[in-house]
Design a protein around this ligand. Structure first.
Ligand code: ASP
Ligand code: MG
Length: 411
């Protein structure tokens, strides 16, 4: 069972979580719990770090200490929940990442899990003690506290569930499941009963914020079902949530499962490029050296025969870094000028049914055209079509696509 920040936001919520955990244990289950920091805490801690590090550049990287600080939010909730459980008569103890240990690589602030040693932890579960694990954190090869990147406690939970060979990982949050799109934009968005791993992975990486992308990837690779449900359900009201699992035939009948959007996009155009082999490789090398992830890429020819234009997108917060790196490599790459547009959004439709249905692209582009929405860039995969549009039309596009594919109707 994993509980996010809003589910452990205050002592009242923590007492309620203790009740949910004790119900699960009372069914005879061995329960491992992973908790996030109380909502707002991580941001507050990050704020302290940012304020101090803005003083100067002297002393180099501070990422190791960033981790030591921001990991503390989860330490607090793990201890509080363990107390709340004991006060209900449930045996429980807290576990920090280093105590398990949950080993990561040394990439502080965005570390990857290498290994989880489950011997002691498992023994403790077998002894009837509920284990309450601080999410988001682990221990680096140097023995330092590390963290898994924002939203990382989802990944902690799935990784622990995989290591323990759990039957399922239940992720409790403040929404009652995965929706066809953001219900704040489309009021008749629907909760999905089930969704395939691949679809969830695309939705998460295209901007749906329910689960950290890496947690879905990990669940998919290990075929570990995730259930997304709310910790705010009223007593007695059914709370089935959404099951994220391997695809089955019924799922294929649905052409599109969801519409995702992301406003955190920026479009970079390189004009008057030399049109010779190796140019795109050079651009991508420059971006990866600057640690910038490139998403959509389009190359077009320009009116002059030996010149091309390239348009690609990066995360909005990476724009300055990207442009600085490109300018520094202008000579090497060989382009005329750079244009930046950071008022763009990416809107995507996702569904495994696209593999076996035709006309999906047509329906999508027609729905956008009918609303007069201009498309800047298109990218597709087997189960996804994304378009880059003016940010101003984000909501309109999401609504248009949701109704064009009749996602409000139960299928
Ligand atoms: N507390 C961390 C964050 O806010 C990790 C998590 O909640 O998943 O990013
Ligand atoms: Mg989260």
């Amino acid at each position: 069972m994993k509980f996010g920040g809003t589910s452990v936001a205050d002592l009242e919520r923590i007492r309620h979580v203790a009740e949910l955990v004790s119900q699960e244990a009372a069914k005879g289950n061995e329960v491992a719990v992973v908790v996030s920091a109380m909502s707002g805490q991580t941001n507050r801690l990050v704020g302290y770090v940012d304020a101090l590090s803005a003083d100067s550049d002297i002393g180099g990287s501070i990422d190791d200490e960033y981790d030591a600080i921001v990991a503390s939010g989860e330490q607090v909730t793990s201890g509080l929940l363990a107390i709340a459980l004991r006060r209900r008569g449930v045996k429980a103890r807290s576990w920090q990442g280093w105590q398990i240990p949950l080993q990561t690589d040394g990439a502080h602030a965005s570390a990857r899990i290498k290994d989880i040693e489950t011997l002691a932890f498992n023994q403790s579960l077998k002894d009837g003690i509920v284990g309450v694990v601080a999410g988001f954190q682990g221990i680096s090869p140097e023995g330092r506290v590390s963290t898994l990147g924002r939203g990382g406690s989802d990944t902690s939970a799935v990784a622990l569930a995989v290591a323990l060979k759990a039957d399922r990982c239940d992720i409790y949050t403040d929404v009652d499941g995965v929706y066809t799109t953001d219900p704040r934009i489309v009021s008749d968005a629907r909760r999905l009963k089930r969704i395939a791993f691949e679809e969830m992975l695309e939705l998460a990486s295209q901007g749906a914020k329910v689960l950290q992308t890496r947690s879905v990837e990990l669940a998919m690779n290990n075929n570990l079902p995730i259930r997304v449900l709310t910790s705010f359900a009223k007593p007695g009201v059914p709370n089935p949530g959404t099951l994220v699992c391997a695809e089955d035939e019924n799922m294929e009948e649905r052409v599109v499962s969801g519409v995702a959007y992301s406003r955190d996009e920026a479009q970079i155009s390189l004009l008057k490029l030399r049109d010779v082999p190796g140019i795109v490789a050079n651009i991508c090398a420059t971006m990866s050296q600057a640690n910038v992830i490139v998403d959509m890429i389009v190359q077009g020819t320009s009116r002059k025969e030996d010149q091309a234009n390239i348009v690609f997108t990066v995360g909005r917060r990476d724009v300055e870094k990207a442009v600085a790196a490109l300018e520094a490599a202008q000579e090497k790459i060989g382009f005329g000028s750079i244009l930046v547009n950071d008022k763009v959004s990416k809107v995507s439709i996702v569904g495994i049914g696209m593999r076996s249905h035709t006309g999906v692209a047509h329906t999508m582009f027609e729905a956008l055209a009918d609303r007069g929405i201009n498309i800047e860039v298109i990218a597709t995969s087997e189960i996804k079509i994304s378009v880059l549009i003016d940010t101003e039309y984000t909501e309109l596009a999401v609504r248009a696509l949701h109704s064009a594919f009749e996602l409000e109707v139960e299928s």
